[in-house]
Design a protein around this ligand. Structure first.
Ligand code: NDP
Length: 259
């Protein structure tokens, strides 16, 4: 994990990821840099990690300080170690339905739906938020499974008209408790990605859990819902990367006719 600057939320996320690695027996390193570090120095470190055969997965914790370009740092990660799935090659693979590493947060949502027996095919799935790390990849994963997909943004006219028709509603806006019961269809599956630190220090999601839980068929809490799933899928992608690297390293058995 590569982390630059002193964003408190990012430090907590990285600490939680490192803890999850140690609990599951995955070796991990945290490479911390002060905000004043040059982009080149961080790029050099990523290159070293690319070449380090002991490391199978690399992530750059976002957001980066303003003077950094996310794109340049993410593009520097070896595609086969990009366990966050943010490298352009991996994004392109996802668009064409051949995901190499799926971005962890929407991947975790898909896994929750699957394990809960909630059908995606043929459903109207709505995501509120169009970020590169949640909204857009979420929509692509649903499309691949045959859902009818709507992406809403802050510019959407009549947001309520869309959310109320959602069989599956994912909310990733960073606006605490903005989705109230009147915006939700009875029996819908409501998945709350938002993580907001409230003035009292507690965490709240983008969904008003107390009112929506009375109306939804399924609902995820914050904390404790999508957050842990995101970490679980990061570990999943990392193990997958290690497995692929090992398969690559195995001597190939020649099954052809040598005679
Ligand atoms: P971004 O800030 O990148 O994107 C927010 C999106 O929400 C934008 O597309 C924005 O629209 C849209 N939006 C904002 N306000 C409204 C509104 N009133 N109505 C409709 N759409 C709105 O956020 P992220 O996707 O990075 O994160 C969203 C939330 O999810 C945050 O709380 C973040 O902390 C959390 N998060 C949680 C993760 C987890 O593991 N659980 C992982 C990643 C994020 P527009 O584009 O028009 O501005």
């Amino acid at each position: 994990m590569v982390i630059v600057g002193n964003n408190l939320a990012s430090s907590i996320y990285v600490r939680n990821k490192a803890k999850a690695c140690s609990e599951t027996g995955i070796y991990s390193e945290v490479h911390e840099f002060p905000e004043s570090v040059s982009e080149n120095e961080v790029l050099r470190r990523i290159q070293e990690l690319n070449e380090n055969t002991r490391i199978h997965g690399i992530l750059v914790q976002l957001p980066l300080p303003r003077h950094f370009e996310d794109k340049r740092l993410i593009a520097a990660i070896a595609v086969e170690k990009d366990v966050d799935g943010f490298h352009l090659n991996n994004v392109g693979a996802l668009v064409t339905g051949n995901a190499v590493f799926s971005p962890c947060t929407p991947y975790g949502v898909m896994r929750m739906l699957e394990k809960s027996g909630i059908q995606v095919e043929g459903q109207h799935a709505v995501v509120v938020g169009r970020s590169n790390i949640v909204g857009k990849p979420m929509a692509l994963m649903w499309l691949e499974k045959g859902a009818t997909v709507t992406i809403c943004t802050s510019k959407t006219r009549d947001l309520t008209g869309y959310t109320r028709r959602a069989d599956i509603l994912v909310v990733a806006t960073g606006k605490p408790r903005m989705i109230t019961a009147d915006l939700v269809k009875a029996g819908a599956t409501v998945i709350d990605v938002g993580i907001n630190r409230m003035p009292n220090g507690k965490l709240a999601g983008d969904v008003d859990f107390d009112s929506v839980k009375e109306k939804a068929g399924y609902i995820t809490p914050v904390p404790g819902g999508v957050g842990p799933m995101t970490i679980a899928m990061l570990l999943y992608n990392t193990i997958e990367a290690a497995r692929r690297a090992q398969a690559e390293a195995l001597p190939r058995i020649n099954v052809g006719n040598n005679t």
